[in-house]
Write a protein that binds this ligand. Sequence first.
Ligand code: DX5
Ligand code: ZN
Length: 216
Amino acid sequence: MVVFSPSILAADFTRLGEQIKRVDEAGAEFIHIDVMDGAFVPNISFGFPIIKAIRPLTKKVFDVHLMVEEPARYIDEFIATGADIITIHYEADRHIDRTISYIKSKGIKAGISLNPATPVEFIKHLIPKLDMVLIMSVNPGFGGQKFIDYSLEKIKEVKELSEKYNSELLIEVDGGIDKSNIKKVVESGANVIVAGSSVFSGDNIENNLMELRKVL
Ligand code: DX5
Ligand code: ZN
């Protein structure tokens, strides 16, 4: 089964609540929430108050992607916003095993994200304790960028590791996914698809989501 996690970074923020309800009703399983700190990535998005404000609008899984330096400083606050999955970047945390264990000790699902240039090999030993691996298929920081093709090879590598060490692992892919490449992404082993622009564009959420599913 393939799970859809629309990224609200591409939503119309003047009508954020309404658009979240629409992706919920259109059948998206997760809501992807991109938090950017202006240090780990060259952009600033939104933080705790926004996530808290939208939490009561849907029961769907809050899939919180932290593009934040030293995310360990903020795990408790993100848990308090109602996050269901917290994903931190391998490149942002020198003691990532400790932070992952901490997130899990709080009863929340934990994920690690890898920038395009970061090898899958670096997290091999963590696979058994992870709930999710997030392969970035663009350089993080902005929506609407072009999919980087070598990500497909990395998805396959994660899939192989999950077959060996963790059959429950969620394999999420984020960045530049649209109708033209979603099939290849899923065939390579992804089971959670993040889509920003290709879901929210043209205020056509329901139809866009349906078109993406149809290709699979
Ligand atoms: C990029 C974010 C993505 C982004 C995806 O740094 O992590 O979640 O919103 O947007 P699209 O689907 O437009 O590439
Ligand atoms: Zn993201």
